[in-house]
Write a protein that binds this ligand. Sequence first.
Ligand SMILES: Cc1ncc(COP(=O)(O)O)c(C=O)c1O
Length: 359
Amino acid sequence: MQLDDLDTPSIVVDLDRLEKNIKRMVTFTKECGVKLRPHVKTHKCPEIAKLQLAAGSTGVCLQKVSEVEVFAASGIKDIFLTNEIVVPSKIERLARVAEKTHIGVAVDDIEVARLMGKVFREVGSEADVYVDVDVGMKRCGIAAKHAPALAQQVARENNLVFRGLMGYEGQVNGAKTKKEQVGESAAAMRSMSAAKRGIKKKGLAVDVVSVGSSVSTWINARHPDVTEVQPGMYVFNDHVLVERGVATWDDLALTLVATVMSKPTEDRAVVDAGSKAFNFDTGRFPMAFEEKGAVMEHFSEEHGWLHLTGDARKLKIGDRMRFVPAHCCTMVNQHEKIYGIRGERVEKVFPVLARGKMS
Ligand SMILES: Cc1ncc(COP(=O)(O)O)c(C=O)c1O
């Protein structure tokens, strides 16, 4: 099958670029002496995770128990759930997966640590537990000064193994200049290092410090306290990451193919992909991959509205175009398959097996 044979809208990954992005991060993290545990919620495809593992990643991160169930059933053996799981039924599901799969999980609350210990003991399995520290994003995560008491509680729970710390400095993804990215990454690591020192003072070993977004990883992987990074989007990249200077246009692996379905005026065209195909969580529109004069200005559910200037005015009904998402992760979650292309040839189909797994 050829790229032009795909029905639209479809999402495609350029396999040469995917492989290059995977290799680049493996090489960089090896140079820095840290482990790479990619966040695979980006693609939700066990088959792509297997490519990352074969290239040298040491495990994967996921965000939801239902995602963990899918990846474990697909044969992924080492999974870190970098999120807070607080409901007994969900903890139990995770503990069941842990009977056969090496599981890590984040915690940011003492009562939840107690509950988690209880449920894992009842099921009879074990998990590595990481204290989640708020490193400035102000999402989940405990304040650094309270991390030692939480680590001690985890260490007291049979069936839970205190492994170390995690933090997600996602705020760095919003920092526009390199200087700001460096400053914010360093500030995040100051909180992390304070938490680590506090825990060590209590006599507990902190074997793992796991951090890293697709922007901050390029900075914090060199920090002496970091042992592992967990970036996700680097595998595809998107146009926000190009703007942040951590990828170039040539590193963009993931695009959506659409068809011009209407050309009401010379300077306006409509493609058959709107908010349901792309998502709009960043409030940013996708960009045309090739036709620089075609600018997406508006979405409705099934329509992408383009303003056309220059050569792009020549676009006509039936023409196919590719678009680069602003945020790759949420676009993927809208699709059942990612088509892997090499040049114009469709070489592989990756089922997005954990698509829509939200629980
Ligand atoms: C806890 C955690 N770790 C890692 C990542 C991956 O970071 P990025 O999406 O910047 O690649 C995310 C993304 O949201 C995350 O929430």
